[in-house]
Write a protein that binds this ligand. Structure first.
Ligand code: FES
Length: 106
């Protein structure tokens, strides 16, 4: 796991997760289209740290930018991204009544 620091929070990237997926999971909104390094829509400013590309991106990125859709951090990274909403939490027990007995239509 690698630490990702944004403008207002920090989180650990999960195993197998791209930087974009981690940002989305934690309530950050990053624009995207292709999610595979072609379009450059997800271009994000890298303030510190290094990333490794899972596939070589075709979109142009300058030295202080990354394409989070197709990379993972090599070490702790700091990104110029803001959290736009609370991370999604699983809702348990509010919508579903636990089944306490079986009714076979008797
Ligand atoms: S979403 Fe297209 S390059 Fe990242």
């Amino acid at each position: 796991m690698t630490l990702v620091v944004t403008l207002d929070t920090s989180f650990d990237l999960l195993e197998g997760e791209s930087l974009l997926e981690g940002l989305e999971r934690t309530g950050h909104e990053v624009e995207y289209q292709c999610r595979s390094g072609y379009c450059g829509s997800c271009r994000t400013r890298l303030l510190a740290g290094e990333v490794r590309y899972l596939t070589e991106p075709l979109a142009y990125v300058s030295r202080n930018e990354v394409l989070p859709c197709c990379c993972v951090p090599v070490n702790t990274v700091q990104l110029e991204v803001m959290q736009t909403h609370e991370p999604e939490q699983p809702v348990l027990g509010e919508e579903f009544e636990p089944q306490t007995s079986l009714d076979f239509g008797k």
